[in-house]
Design a protein around this ligand. Structure first.
Ligand code: MG
Length: 158
């Protein structure tokens, strides 16, 4: 049995703070404004995983009103999501994601990002794809005000 899931997230950027993507702290003059660490890639993947498994959504599992989740490392949320999926008998076939960001240039960081995600998700690196795109200078992403991510995952169960 296989199931597909889709996830989307967007976070605003502002001067200061950290630009953490897929658990990797990437040097940039702006950081994410969020209740958690603002890891927009992790959040989109979590929502895709939960959606595919029929286990709700990230807002239900990890509410942004929960004081315990203030500034939380999203890799912990991803770990908990993977444990939830494993408990339900699901394994991940692959992950594919598009990160829309005008800056910083992400290609030099993709190896670190996919390595980190693979580690946290107990997957082979070749099963995780992260593709950076610019927004051609238009929209919030193009103006450098936000970064958005779309992710799809495929799950399998015997
Ligand atoms: Mg989010």
């Amino acid at each position: 049995m296989t199931r597909v899931g889709i996830g989307y997230d967007l976070h605003r950027l502002d001067v200061g703070g950290k630009f953490i993507l897929g658990g990797v702290d990437i040097p940039h003059d702006k950081g994410f404004v969020a209740h958690s660490d603002g890891d927009v890639l992790a959040h989109a993947i979590i929502d895709a995983l939960l959606g595919a498994a029929g286990l709700g959504n990230i807002g239900q599992r990890f509410p942004d009103t929960d004081p315990a989740l203030k500034g939380v490392d999203s890799m912990l949320l991803l770990t908990q999501t993977m444990e939830l999926l494993r408990g339900a008998g699901w394994s991940v076939v692959n992950v594919d994601a598009v990160v829309v960001a005008e800056r910083p240039k992400l290609n030099p960081h993709l190896e670190a990002v996919t390595r980190r995600l693979a580690e946290v998700m107990w997957l082979d690196r070749c099963l995780i794809s992260v593709k950076p795109k610019t927004s051609e200078g238009v929209n919030a992403e193009g103006r450098g005000e936000a970064v958005s991510v779309q992710a799809v995952v495929l799950l399998a169960k015997d």
